[in-house]
Design a protein around this ligand. Structure first.
Ligand code: DO4
Ligand code: MG
Length: 278
């Protein structure tokens, strides 16, 4: 099932039918451990409103309330290699090699809800950065009790020039206004998402594909539950939280985003998150 947050309320989609979800408190709704059963109940006991498809497409918001957004890094071989290459000159390359193989994963704070944009909105690149990329990442929604109840598409917008200059600049490379996008919905399946799930990235520039790539989430080095257990070790999340799971798609080094680029991230079962670079 897909749960949408819209400017007119919450909507659940099941088998191409759309149902209103009663209530106005997003944080309480998504933080339910029984979220799947709760939504399923709505779809089996109320009448579908056929107009909702048009409605949700025109007024979608990021599926976030008061949740923090965290991210994992260097969880795919492609990311490890790209990071090692970009930080060679600064002498930071073996940090990435080591974290890829270490027991403790790389986890970092990505965004407050205010820094997150939703479907159709503009993401940003920093004015003081010369090399910028989107990072398409399967993003987990975890309840305050540590249970993964949903998934969405995430864009971990990143400055490779700042990150490459010195690994200690990571927060500046990753966290700034408009640096994260989430959506188009919170996908709430009955059981964990399939390892065969594909992530696709497409960047359109002047109506042509400037970059395309894809990867299966089975290529990830770590388990979702492993990342969650490290995140929850010494942090509590009263309203649940989002965790981006890292990118396995990195464009070649001659690619950098430009203003006007359209970024589409598609994940099987979830849908497409589309944003334009401001
Ligand atoms: O260590 C830098 C960040 C890596 C990252 O964001 C990723 O692998 O997705
Ligand atoms: Mg990332």
């Amino acid at each position: 099932m897909k749960l949408y947050k819209t400017s007119a309320g919450f909507v659940v989609e099941s088998q191409n039918q759309f149902y209103t979800v009663p209530g106005t408190d997003w944080d309480t709704l998504v933080n339910r451990e029984d979220l799947y059963d709760f939504l399923y109940q709505i779809t089996t006991t109320s009448a579908a409103s056929v107009d909702y498809q048009t409605w949700v497409q025109t007024s979608l918001l990021a599926p976030i309330g008061r949740q923090e957004v965290w991210a994992s890094g260097v969880t795919y071989l492609r990311s490890r290699n790209a990071r090692m290459e970009e930080s060679k000159k600064s002498g930071g390359d073996n940090f990435y090699d080591r974290v890829y193989d270490a027991e403790r994963p790389e986890l970092f704070f990505k965004a407050t809800p205010e820094r997150v944009v939703g479907p159709g909105a503009n993401v940003r690149i920093r004015a003081d950065s010369t090399w910028n990329v989107p990072e398409p990442e399967l993003t987990l929604f975890i309840t305050s009790t540590g249970k993964i109840v949903g998934y969405t598409c995430g864009n971990d917008m990143s400055s490779r020039s700042i990150e490459g200059e010195n690994p200690l600049y990571l927060p500046q490379a990753k966290s700034y206004d408009g640096a994260a996008a989430l959506g188009p919905c919170l996908y709430v399946p009955e059981s964990p998402i399939s390892p065969d799930t594909q992530i696709q990235l497409e960047v359109i520039r002047d109506e042509q594909a400037a970059f395309t790539g894809n990867i299966a989430i089975s290529q990830m080095k770590r388990q979702h539950t492993e990342l969650v257990s490290f995140l929850f070790r010494e942090c509590s999340f009263a309203n649940g939280c989002y965790l981006m799971t890292g990118t396995g798609i990195v464009p070649s080094d001659d690619f950098t985003l430009r203003s006007g680029d359209q970024i589409s991230i598609t994940i099987d079962g979830i849908g497409t998150l589309m944003n334009t670079v401001a």
